[in-house]
Design a protein around this ligand. Structure first.
Ligand code: NAP
Length: 339
């Protein structure tokens, strides 16, 4: 193997389980040895890795749809990088791949766990966002789970984030009668209306969500895409029209809660309005991947679909990027760049 290969890599470990908001002491950036790849494996120099809200859940020691991070082990998650050594058929040095060993500089993995990506089709970081897991979440959650149809009025929370910004634009592209978004700053609200073509948007920090939503959607909504939970979900139940549908995608307002959070106080409306509230897990929808990539790549090429990324530079900033995401410091996909 080439002498130029790195012999060590820095990687982020979870060293204590956060109680409430994560603290810097819960994490450590540590050095690990790097070995030449064994049969069937590749070595990848990560160029970008993803920090995602679901990772907060993995920091708790509870049974969930993804296993908890192990203490004193490297954390993982989406990453894209360049193959720097290969002992696997079909993978060559210089190939770019998407894989699941983020939070580190160098990843060593079985080649069968990597998917080749083309930097000429889209910037590499886009495979972690608009063309990746969050984009597919938006697509599947809106079109399949919420059974969106032309003419629906759609409300999405977390609307300036990776998933939410795509939900609103996709709904417009497919003929929504009205798209409303909520976000946590006036700058984000302006972006939604000015850049992404939302019909209305509001800053949830400026007043009760129920009142602001009623004002933005006087004729009610047919679809609610929930990224936030709590007060947003209660307001949406109140505004949903008869036979409305809600995709329950995330509840970021409670990810750092230390006490059980109260549910909506208006659940009885689900009966009278015959509402359907359904959870989504992106991993259930890999069958939509080819259709998603084809349609979204087309919208990106034509400029009809826009996206933003907030890049935080340097492996040392991994913790800051993650906590920044939970605080709303990102617009669009939050990414750690190692290039
Ligand atoms: N079910 C699935 O398969 C799946 C897959 C991907 C993502 N998700 C979920 O989808 C949601 C969005 O994920 P993402 O990757 O696109 O993240 P994101 O929206 O890009 O980033 C998270 C955003 O949440 C907002 N936020 C934080 N605390 C909040 C609070 N208390 N109330 C309202 N908003 C708050 C912040 O924006 P503001 O400035 O607007 O507050 C922040 O920018 C998350 O809940 C995530 O867990 C689910």
């Amino acid at each position: 193997m080439s002498a130029a290969l790195p012999t060590s890599s820095r990687e982020w470990h979870l060293v204590a389980r956060p109680h409430g908001w994560p603290k810097a002491e819960d994490f450590a950036l540590r050095e690990a040895a790097v070995a030449a790849p064994a049969e069937g494996r590749i070595l990848v120099r990560n160029k970008y890795f993803s920090v995602d809200p679901y990772m907060r859940g993995r920091m708790n020691d509870v049974k969930s749809y993804t296993p908890p991070f192990k203490l004193d082990h490297p954390m993982d998650g989406g990453a894209v990088g360049e193959v720097i050594a290969s002992n696997a058929e079909g993978f060559a040095v210089g190939d770019h791949v998407l894989h699941g060993l983020g939070w580190r500089e160098i990843a060593s993995l079985p080649a069968k766990h990597a998917v080749k990506v083309d930097p000429d089709v889209a910037p590499l970081s886009a495979y972690l966002g608009v063309l990746g897991m969050p984009g597919l979440t938006a697509y599947a959650g809106l079109f399949e789970v919420a059974s969106f149809k032309e003419g629906d009025a759609v409300f999405v929370s977390g609307a300036a984030g990776a998933v939410g910004s795509q939900v609103g634009q996709m709904a417009k592209l497919k003929g929504a009668s009205r798209v409303i978004g909520s976000a946590g700053s006036d700058e984000k609200v302006n972006l939604l209306v000015e850049e992404y073509g939302f019909d209305a948007a509001f800053n949830y920090k400026n007043g009760p969500v129920r009142d602001q939503l009623k004002a933005a959607a006087p004729d009610g909504i047919d679809v609610y895409f929930d990224n936030v939970g709590g007060e947003h979900l209660e307001a949406a139940i109140s505004s949903l029209n008869v036979h409305g549908r809600a995709t329950i995608c995330g509840m970021i307002a409670q990810y750092n809660a230390t006490e059980p959070t109260p549910g909506p106080n208006n659940m009885a409306m689900i009966i009278g309005k015959r509402l359907r509230l359904q959870g989504v897990l992106v991993s259930d929808h890999s069958d939509l991947q080819p259709q998603f990539v084809q349609e979204v790549a087309g919208w990106l090429a034509s400029g009809e679909l826009k996206f933003q990324e907030t890049e935080v530079e340097g492996i040392e900033k991994g913790y800051d990027a993650f906590v920044g995401l939970l605080r709303g410091e990102n617009t669009g996909k939050m990414i750690v760049s190692l290039v």
